[in-house]
Unconditional design. Sequence first.
Length: 155
Amino acid sequence: MSIKLILLGILLCLSSSAFADEIVLKLKDGSLVRGELISFSDGTYTLKSPSLGVLKIKSESVGSMESSNNVVSNGGAGSNVQNKLTDIKTRLTQDKDAMSMIMSLQNSPDIQAILSDAEIMQAIQTMNIEALENNPKIKRLMDNAQMKAIQQRVQ
């Protein structure tokens, strides 16, 4: 799996627009819970459901998690990259430990610098891997030990 795509998947998970998407938790009892992922800490997902309000769900109760707006590609030039990226995002969101690591990165100065940089956010949205790979803020983030650990979980 390409390190570049893994990086893009992680950055998509970290960007506020990615977390603002509705997710679906499939609980081990078969129930489905839909809502906006607010946080994941201490083994607990916090979701905001339009109908149920704020919910706290222990990770032991969760069988799987996915974004409710997974893009299904119908072919074409970017479809292979999009499919791989969707696979990475799915694997990240279904890995409770990886999600905990990703969520804990949200407040790091390096991540905050990236999330507040309009040029980087545009590169993330357009999947401009070359621009991301050449950005000094991204290069610094790639040296982060926790970021490297997340990458290893997905490879």
